[in-house]
Design a protein around this ligand. Structure first.
Ligand SMILES: *Cc1c(COP(=O)(O)O)cnc(C)c1O
Length: 427
């Protein structure tokens, strides 16, 4: 029995499904997950000592790669000074200042410990501030596992085939209205039906949980106009896109500014950190200034804040966004060419360093189209790439992530491998 197999057996005995987050169980691709032992730069190494070029990046956070020296050093230094105090610390102020400086619509920001906590809290704030209960979300967008969001919730749930979860009270789920992504007409109809009841519209400004799906021309602008007209709060869930597309996230890229922004993933540099922020007016509704409650024993945790601060400093100093975007373009174009050379239908969506390859011959602009596009071909691709030393997300409804640690050689090698693999799969 291999080390991974034995660890898997042990885990399954004492952890539900053997994993601490469902997608890690590889249900969508079959077989048993490989256990990772370490990571360095663009590579991960499993318990058997096999090395892979990693395009998962812990599902987005590791824009600087694994064990980046500046991040490791910051965490080590913070740990030596004490891991948590439950009192305000200098670096929380420094991190908040950097977030406010970087993200155009954020004047004030609260730190939490995960993306889920950020979106749950942002929605509570929107409901508290407007005195309304309904929320509009989009089919295939994922906003963490908060009860109000576990309705048509994208990749993890999709992959498992359970779009809704037992345990979410019906009366609460009914308050969540679901529109197709990129469909402004549907949003308009909801507002026409419930003009005084919709507290917020929450959207991934670039969808990343049904695969990468960019916003159609005018979509984000339309949401901005509708929410303003009806006195509803526009929430951009930038947990993936924040500090990933550029320092100011998708809002800066597209020039559309929400009332509230949720962040996580890259912000924490690989440690548990999330944040939500927005206008001072809205954020001052939060306790202890205002009546909307939200708190956390480990919120603004010194280790997480140190990792986040080190990551943001590095990103500011390096401004790597053009470089990682063009590396990603080269990778994706290479994979598309490999597919076409093998006469396998393929299309790709890419925004900056965020991408998904679909083995399909039509563009993907919403969940319904993604569902048609993801087939068994993905499983062959995933397994083949894995055997060749390329670590991809174990579901066709996920994004790939390129970061500063990926070298030009990593990209070339990944493209060569794809040519060989798809040549075999096509023939
Ligand atoms: C990952 C993700 C979340 C949830 O973040 P966690 O840290 O996993 O709780 C929320 N929104 C989006 C867009 C995400 O991709």
């Amino acid at each position: 029995m291999s080390e991974s197999e034995s660890l898997w057996e042990r885990s399954c005995r004492v952890i539900p499904g053997g994993v601490n987050s469902p997608v890690r169980a590889w249900k969508a691709v079959g077989g048993e997950p490989r256990f990772l032992a370490r990571g360095s730069g663009s590579r991960v190494i499993d318990e058997e000592g096999r090395e892979y070029i990693d395009y998962v990046a812990s599902w987005g956070p590791l824009i600087l790669g694994h064990a980046h020296p500046a991040v490791v050093e910051a965490v080590e230094e913070a740990a030596r000074k004490g891991t948590t105090f439950g009192a305000p610390t200098r670096k929380e102020a420094e991190l908040a200042e950097r977030i406010v400086a970087a993200v155009p619509s954020v004047d004030s920001v609260r730190l939490v410990s995960s993306g889920t906590e950020a979106t749950m809290s942002a929605l509570r704030l929107a409901r508290g501030a407007t005195g309304r209960d309904r929320v509009i979300k989009f089919d295939g967008c994922y906003h963490g596992h908060g009860d109000s969001f576990l309705v048509a919730a994208g990749s993890g749930a999709l992959t498992l085939g359970v779009p809704d979860s037992p345990g979410v009270p019906g009366p609460l789920a009914e308050l969540t209205l679901v529109a197709p992504y990129n469909d402004l007409g549907a949003v308009e109809s909801f507002f026409a039906e419930y003009p005084q009841e919709i507290a917020a519209v929450i959207v991934e400004p670039v969808a990343g949980n049904m695969g990468c799906v960019p916003p159609a021309e005018g979509f984000l602008e339309g949401l901005r106009a509708l929410t303003s007209r009806y006195g509803s709060v526009l929430i951009f869930d930038e947990v993936i896109t924040g500090f990933r597309l550029q320092m100011g996230g998708a809002q800066e890229r597209y020039g559309v500014y929400p009332d509230l922004t949720t962040m996580g993933k890259v912000l924490g540099g690989g440690l548990p950190l999330g944040a939500y922020g927005g206008t001072t007016n809205l954020m001052s509704q939060l306790a202890p200034e205002g009546p909307v409650y939200q708190a956390g024993t480990l919120s603004g945790n010194p280790l997480a804040v140190a990792a986040g601060l080190a990551t943001l400093k590095e990103l500011e100093a390096r401004d790597p966004y053009e470089e990682i975007s063009s590396k990603t373009a080269r990778l994706v174009d290479g994979w598309l060419q490999a597919a076409h050379a093998a006469q396998i239908p393929a299309t790709a969506n890419r925004v900056g360093s965020l991408f998904t390859l679909f083995f399909h011959d039509a563009p993907i602009t919403c969940l319904a189209e993604a569902q048609v596009a993801v087939s068994d071909r993905f499983v062959d691709w995933f397994q083949g790439m894995l055997e060749s030393g390329v670590w991809l997300a174990p579901s066709g409804f996920e994004c790939g992530f390129v970061g500063t640690a990926h070298s030009e050689e990593d990209i070339d090698r990944s493209v060569e491998i794809a040519h060989r693999l798809l040549g075999n799969l096509g023939g």
